[in-house]
Design a protein around this ligand. Structure first.
Ligand code: NDP
Length: 276
């Protein structure tokens, strides 16, 4: 188990800056802007999700904002993450544009999408976005241990989250340990392997033992370690299924069996293949 603080209900993490982040969110990468995205986000909010993960690069912030408004939920009950697209130059300017598209006056977490051009140049702009009240927390994504260390070496605000590809198949133990030592929450993306990990035999065996689905087992494996997950689906029944991960536990043996699937060698890296 993690040494970091959990929220009182056990379903969230207390970030190093004191803000709280729900362990379960809906990811909307590859969901086109428009009715499909609005419906997925609305469905998730109806089903009890209180955390949505979008990005400037996904092009669907407007739909996320519309779904949030249509849900009728108070703004402060939903944790919204968006990501600075590092092909742009000024994170504070881009944050303001995101807020306009989302129709909110702040997001909860604003992260550098990937360390394009190096890990530190965007950070002063991220800090400015926070100081201006555009976001409550700031973090990074796709940063490896060395890149985090370079960022932590500079004075100022430290990142509170590193969002990376993480699952039993990408069990980045080195990076996870480095994050925990530095008070950074490692957040998992693609924890279903963008769908690829769902057919694995070991995952199937553990699922059958618990009367659960492969998706639930993969997600539970993360949240049981205090790692937030943001599974993507546009199908209501799957969004519901993916939300049912707080009413069962994996045994130590299950957790260990799943960990044997790791193909990264417990790496400190954030990605095996970089797209930047
Ligand atoms: P996931 O690992 O969450 O898998 C999503 C895929 O699995 C979709 O094809 C979905 O299909 C299918 N699926 C979802 N739930 C189930 C289920 N219960 N049973 C069967 N199939 C299921 O994919 P992502 O790669 O999208 O990662 C999740 C999120 O992480 C992204 O949406 C994004 O928010 C974030 N992310 C961040 C990145 C970064 O660089 N920071 C990079 C990649 C992702 P269907 O929709 O048809 O149900």
């Amino acid at each position: 188990m993690t040494t970091h603080a959990m929220t009182a209900d056990g379903r969230g993490r207390v970030l190093a800056d004191g803000n709280e982040m729900p362990l379960l969110g809906l990811g909307v990468w590859q969901v086109p802007d428009g009715p499909e995205c609005v419906s997925a986000v609305r469905g998730a909010l109806e089903l009890g999700y209180r955390h949505i993960d979008t990005a400037q690069a996904y092009g669907n912030e407007e739909s996320v904002g519309r779904a949030l408004r249509e849900s009728g939920l108070p703004r402060d009950e939903v944790f919204i993450t968006t990501k600075f697209y590092p092909g742009r130059s000024d994170p504070a300017v881009e944050a303001e544009r995101s807020l306009r598209r989302l129709g909110v006056d702040h997001v909860d977490l604003y992260i550098v999408h990937w360390p394009r051009g190096g890990p530190t140049w965007a950070w002063p702009g991220m800090e400015r976005a926070r100081e201006l009240g555009f976001t409550r927390s700031i973090g990074v994504s796709n940063f490896d241990t060395g890149e985090l260390q370079l960022l932590l070496a500079r004075p100022g605000t430290a990142p509170v989250v590193d969002q990376v590809q993480f699952s039993p198949f990408e069990y980045r133990r080195g990076l996870l340990a480095a994050c925990e030592r530095s008070g950074i929450v490692l957040e998992a993306y693609s924890s279903l392997g963008t769908g690829r990990h769902l057919a694995d035999a070991t995952v199937a065996e553990v699922s059958q033992r618990h009367g659960r689905t492969p998706a639930q087992v993969l997600l539970r494996w993360c949240v049981q370690q205090g790692v937030p997950v943001i599974p993507k689906s546009t199908r209501r029944e799957r969004i519901a299924e993916n939300g049912q991960i707080f009413n069962f536990s994996l045994s130590d043996e299950d957790v260990a069996a799943l960990a044997t699937l790791d193909g990264t060698g417990g790496t400190h890296r954030a990605r095996e293949g970089k797209w930047w």
